[in-house]
Design a protein around this ligand. Structure first.
Ligand code: ZN
Length: 210
């Protein structure tokens, strides 16, 4: 039988999610009402995830909903994020993961459109993130998509982030704060990689000086 956590344990996870949702909205890592984030409750088969439809700046304890690892809702206003299945797939396969951050960040999505991985062009990104694969899936969360995510996690058990083509960043770590930092770094790295590619293109097309 599942052991129930204290409400303090749930509130602690919700508090950490609120801080990181606010920060992500402030720095425009996610605008509008897209993206989502979640945290695992230590010692219990439960996670807390943002409700569907609310923006990061609208997050409050009531619309962060608690669900079991099987997807059954335990508390909270509204329905869990539509991307709950992706979060659950990651938590089930990676017991070391306690926080997942997901954003529809533009530089990462643009960079993913022409690369199989986001190029880790800085030493910092290479050391903190390692490889950032691009996953090309259909838009909906289907069984086939979840199987592809599972296969990717099996192939690299140290994976910290990936970018779903035409969708966004998924970053996961031992804390939600670290997962959000990693997502910031993926977006920053993608912006630098894109800018370097553009510089190279402009230099190769420059008219010779008269
Ligand atoms: Zn999404």
């Amino acid at each position: 039988m599942r052991s129930l956590p204290t409400s303090d344990a749930i509130m602690q996870v919700k508090h950490a999610l609120l801080i990181n949702a606010k920060r992500a909205y402030e720095i425009k890592l996610q605008t509008g009402n897209g993206g989502n984030l979640s945290g695992r409750i230590p010692g219990a088969d439960l996670i807390v995830i943002k409700a569907s439809g609310c923006s990061f700046d609208q997050c409050k304890a009531e619309n962060l909903v608690t669900v079991t690892l099987e997807g059954e809702q335990v508390d909270g206003d509204g329905l869990p994020s539509q991307e709950l299945a992706t979060h659950l797939a990651i938590y089930k396969q990676r017991p070391d993961v306690f926080g997942i951050f997901h954003s529809h960040s533009p530089w990462a999505i643009a960079c993913a459109s022409f690369n199989d991985t986001i190029p880790t062009v800085t030493f910092h990104a290479k050391s903190k993130l390692g490889r950032i694969p691009v996953l090309r899936l259909s838009g909906e969360t289907t069984g086939a998509n979840l199987a592809a995510i599972g296969a990717m996690l099996t192939a690299d058990r140290n994976l910290r982030a990936f970018v779903q083509d035409r969708h966004g960043i998924f970053s996961f770590a031992s804390t939600i704060e670290l997962a959000r930092y990693q997502a910031e770094l993926v977006e920053e790295t993608a912006q630098i990689a894109w800018s370097m590619a553009l510089s190279k293109h402009l230099a190769s097309n420059r008219e010779p000086d008269a």
